[in-house]
Write a protein that binds this ligand. Sequence first.
Ligand code: GLU
Length: 400
Amino acid sequence: MAFISDTLSRIQPSATIAATQKARDLKAQGRDVIGLGAGEPDFDTPDNIKDAAIEAIRRGETKYTAVDGIPELKQAICDKFKRENGLTYEPAQAFVAPGGKPILFNAMIATLNPGDEVIIPAPYWVSYPDIVALAGGTPVPVSATIENNFKLTAADLEAAITPKTKWLIFNSPSNPSGAAYSHDELKALTDVLVRHSHVWVLTDDMYEHLVYDDFEFVTPAQVEPKLYDRTLTMNGVSKAYAMTGWRIGYCAGPVELIKAMTKVQSQSTSNPTSISQWAAVEALNGTQDFIPERAAVFKERRDLVVSMLNQATGLKCPTPEGAFYVYPSCEGLIGKKTPDGKVIESDEDFAIALIEAEGVSVVHGAAFGLSPFFRISYATSTEALTEACERIQRFCGSLS
Ligand code: GLU
């Protein structure tokens, strides 16, 4: 339609949102669907956080707030970065938005000029390249291989940097692969960045608390203090505190960048919801005890899913360090036929045939920039996961 902008033709609807909605729709029609597409914890928001929100409503905290967040939350964010990441920020360096996506939007709109490049390791979260494109920049995907456990190498990062590179978007643990960089793996990348002083880092640390087997989470500005002045450290309450619907993302970075992002947000959403901000204050300042308890449950589910998928004909599933995703390869099934004669030519064909045959919803790898793979979110009950993996095994076994 001529009325719609050219920019919009360069982006796709979010594949993760689409898969989640499709599973919801099929269920509403009465189909027996197990949704492994949605990347959100199945746990509920803890009661102390809900209570803080209810109290905020009762106190009348129902009006506009400062565009970049209430002072109490900005202080809680600074305290969190100090306590958990050893990073010192002042409240003027902290910023709150209605979710992680608006943080990315604000940062990209505030900094990108046409032709500016943003390096995005693939597989990447579906929204990174499209947000860059919407902001007028050029996404530069750089593939990380399954052989390297889906982690970007220093040599590939170095080769991708040009005079036009403005940002590296870094995400560990990764959505969709679950791969997380150890201190030394990350240091290899920050060593490259130190040599290219025009490149900034936006680090999406959303899955920080979901790491397993004694893995130690690290973030770029912590590993390499020389990058502190050109790093935007982003996080949020969605995953760690099971608060996806509350829509609170936050970040901290250089004051000039934060001011520019505040300018953008003042012309778009204004402040994030006042009530959600008070809930986030409690999330960050209150008890953190349930986080390791929930992580232990996720670890068990990860082990179950990895083991069951590796028993499926034609699938290969590495064991990731974190998040609640696995990213198995379906290369061994490409070219095979379903019992009703459809040829699986791509990971998208695989995902479509799987939901049609067995009612299991996953997200195809092409959406994340690395094929032929698919993403499974194991943030669902052990019972549903076991059933879903049995169905996947049956589906793979039915291909010839
Ligand atoms: N981060 C989640 C996912 O990847 C939420 C959906 C989205 O915003 O993409 O599934």
